[in-house]
Design a protein. Sequence first.
Length: 304
Amino acid sequence: MTIDDTRLQWLTYMKAQKRCSPRTLEAYGHAFGLYLAHLKRTLGSEIDLNDLTHLTSVDIRGWMAHLRSKDPPLSPRSLAQHLSAIKSFHSYLDLHLGMSSPQVALMRGPRLKATLPRPLNEDQALGLMQEAVLDADKTEWEAARDQAVYLLLYGCGLRISEALSLRIKDTPLTDSLRIVGKGNKTRLVPVLDEVRAAIETYKGLQPFNLSADDELFRAKRGGPLSPRHVQASVQHMRSRLGLSDRATPHALRHSYATHLLGSGADLRSIQELLGHVSLSTTQKYTQVDAERLLSAYAAAHPKG
């Protein structure tokens, strides 16, 4: 069996058994390509699976140093993601082919600085929703479309990919929406009246003849709307409103969680609404909310 054969089997396994998303599979495949190219340069162009099982920590450190020396160099987080992909491949070799690589398994990635979500405050989030329909640079249906997408991100806590995966047959929305998120994890999220109304307004204005299986949100020329367009749209809106660069589409999802927590929602409920597998991921929002409360206290208390 060749390395390429094993690579395909590994990615198929990650998709079918680990339920990795297409973006994760693409990232893993890209990381493995860079890894293999480096090994061919350092060990010789003709390498096989047996060579991969005899790698030492020196070989792995050399590969990581090579990634750091790229122009531009990989960030510590990207480097950790590359190492995670390679460890996953070698774990597959060990589990399914009996070819262990203990030196790879023991490698530790770079230390990552803990980062907190960066939500918008309520006025900023609502301002972004309202500003979307006032954009004179867009047609009426495009402005309605952008507002509907923003409301799905902020009003339902969806990821961009989840919002853009909605199809015509999913509408009109009911009181709840079934979402298939990361790892094919299914969750139900409540849908506000404002969100339903915005989507129906957009549907009534959009100019295309769409079938039930077509994606709901369309680009200017009629193709499916891309995540990049949503990112560019929010970037344009934040410049109009004078917001910082923390105003991103994903920040609307963070804002959804943070504002729910600040209004008394419990952590377990927010975990379910966001589709987080681990509660520790959701717990980051408690730190954000605590920082907000301390900041308000410092600003308002006479001795703050």
